[in-house]
Write a protein that binds this ligand. Structure first.
Ligand SMILES: [Zn+2]
Length: 590
């Protein structure tokens, strides 16, 4: 461990740093946390100056295996963090050099911080940035960043999209590369669909790489994710090129945001951020500002932290995000989303995807080639379509979280339920786009969804029903999650006005009402049976659901049993309804 005068800085709940956790073992206080943030030991050369170079800057090396044409982008991306360090009083805090071909040290040498460049056949991520620290103080001693060639080629593994990917949210695990790759892919589909040209495509790839580098370097400076970063601008502001280019897309590059694609092509600003955001600047100011003495440090940090109630500095890390069903409670802390009104943005995106799908077959069918590109593009677009709906679903049962401290006179309470209006609106959107026959997206493409034969691996029938149901099940995983249903009941005691019995009737209606007495498509039949089986499980003997959730599930099963008419609709619909009755009647004592 280095012998120096490094002074640890205490962690604060309002800004996201990785921490080195220790406890104060002799204090009488009930809360005895003494957690240090992880950060580099930056000391001003001239402490009397507001802006000074550090005695020892953070030096990054670009590995000599990196393609020449990408080196400048990577260098600029890393160095743009210097803007944030200027807010903390440091000039040229980060320096980037290129590993010479004649270097006598290996890129894996821990004495060097290296931006590694690799091309793996089965890449785990598009990039990630681990670091190591002094366990006694949190001082960061070294870091590396792995960048993958697959990130540039966007060889997204479609099967990964279809199957859930492992949503491990441990401390330093970062999926930014993978998520951003999917978003970049959507951007390319958009550019192709509207014939916007290869220049724009190049610009998108450039911004995407910049953004990935910024994100991974952010981790190595000590920063956590900030999943509220995407709430900086309204949907209207995001559709304005001047505002986006001036203020940035998000408040932080530590977010996993949706790509910013505007409604009107002429107003297209940045797709992704290309410099640290307003939150990032603030976080670096908190972590790295240098003070003359302890008293000044106390006053200075308090002043910095008092700004946490500003809307532009919204923050939530991995502990709070809602990426998977049942996890988190605050819909603003969602991944892949954008705008301070994520529902509005999701609708904009759904419309955009529908427009792209209409052009898809023509744009992706090249002369004398297989249908692989069409197959890939269709699957990623359908994934993005349902992802927009998952973002919407999180409003239901949502509880916003505010982390400001007691002395900050925050206008909002630590826990505030999503408004009745927004929860009902979310239900309407899911009903219309997720559960109705609209989900059969662009059926004229179905007979062409053939992946390229490789060896003995051939494309099967496109399994449309399975695919749609898999995505609908992901929505139901949230909508009927035991934690979500329980939270709807609990939060009615502190402000939630969307009561569980009403919500559960709305949900039933979204799945049954439209075709209760007419022909039911096989896609809807599939959804209805799945829904009924889920309700039956809720009232099962082994159920883990709370009592109130069980009562309302029971009520809805009974309602269907008493109101279903097995004599309406075509043959397939009648057989289907008979089976639904059979399922409900199979429950003991109903
Ligand atoms: Zn990350």
């Amino acid at each position: 461990m280095p012998k120096n005068n490094y002074k640890p800085r205490y962690d604060d709940t309002r800004i996201g740093y990785f921490t080195t956790q220790t406890n104060h073992m002799t204090t009488l206080d009930r809360v005895n946390y003494r957690d240090f943030i992880n950060r580099w030991n930056l000391i001003k050369k001239d402490p009397s100056k507001n802006l000074s170079e550090p005695v020892k800057p953070i030096v990054w090396w670009i590995e000599n295996t990196t393609p020449y044409e990408l080196r400048d982008i990577i260098k600029e991306g890393v160095e743009s963090w210097n803007m944030a360090f200027e807010k903390a009083g440091f000039k040229n805090a980060i320096i980037v050099k290129i590993q010479p071909d004649t270097a006598t040290w290996e890129a894996g040498d821990i004495r060097y911080n290296v931006l590694r460049w690799t091309s793996s056949p089965n890449p785990p991520w598009g990039g990630y940035g681990p670091s190591f620290v002094n366990p006694k103080t949190g001082e960061i001693l070294g870091a590396d960043i792995m960048l993958e060639w697959s990130y540039i080629t966007r060889r997204v593994y479609e099967d990964d999209l279809f199957n859930d990917f492992n949503e491990n949210t441990l401390n330093q695990y970062c999926n930014a590369g993978k998520y951003q790759q999917i978003e970049t892919s959507l951007g390319i589909d958009y550019i192709k669909a509207y014939d916007l040209g290869s220049e724009m495509e190049k610009e998108l790839i450039k911004q995407s790489l910049y953004r990935l580098v910024l994100h991974e370097v952010g981790h190595t400076l000590g920063l956590n994710h900030n999943f509220k970063g995407s709430t900086l601008l309204s949907t209207e502001e995001l559709n304005n090129k001047d505002i986006v280019n001036k203020r940035g897309v998000c408040n932080s590059v530590m977010e996993y945001p949706a790509i910013n694609i505007t409604k009107d092509i002429k107003n297209q600003g940045l797709f992704f951020d290309i410099k640290p955001g307003i939150y990032d600047n603030w976080a670096i100011e908190f972590g790295y500002s240098q003070f003359n003495n302890e008293e000044q440090e106390k006053i200075g940090l308090k002043k910095i932290l008092s700004r946490s109630t500003e809307k532009n500095l919204a923050f939530a890390n991995d502990a709070l995000d809602m990426r998977s069903p049942g996890k988190g409670t605050d819909p603003n802390a969602m991944i892949y989303d954008l705008s301070s009104n994520p529902m509005e943005h999701s609708l904009q995106r759904i419309n955009m995807i529908n427009n792209i799908l209409r052009e898809l077959k023509e744009k992706y069918t090249k002369n004398n080639d297989t249908y692989q590109e069409l197959y890939r593009a269709y699957r990623t677009l359908v994934y993005s379509y349902f992802n927009a709906l998952e973002i919407v679903s999180r409003q239901i049962g949502g509880v916003h979280i505010d982390l400001s401290h007691t002395n900050q006179n925050s206008k909002v309470k630590p826990f505030e339920s999503v408004s009745l209006e927004n929860q009902q609106k979310a239900m309407d959107i899911i009903s219309k786009y997720g559960f109705s026959n609209k989900v059969i997206l662009q059926d004229d493409i179905f007979p062409f969804l053939q992946s390229q034969r490789r060896g003995f691996s051939v494309s099967e029938d496109p399994t449309i029903h399975q695919r749609i149901l898999t995505y609908q099940n992901r929505l139901l995983n949230h909508l009927l999650h035991p934690k979500v249903l329980l939270r709807i009941t609990n939060s009615q005691l502190y402000g939630n006005e969307y009561l569980l019995p009403n919500y559960m009737i709305d949900l039933r209606n979204s799945i049954f009402k439209e075709d209760f007495n007419s022909n039911i498509s096989t896609v809807r039949q599939n959804l209805q049976i799945t829904y009924i089986k889920r309700l039956i499980k809720i009232i099962d003997d082994k159920s883990k659901y709370d009592n109130i959730s069980q009562s309302t599930a029971h009520y809805n099963l009974l309602w269907i049993k008493n109101n279903i008419n097995t004599n309406t609709g075509n043959l397939s619909s009648r057989q289907h309804k008979d089976y639904i009755l059979f399922l409900i009647n199979s429950i003991n004592n109903i």
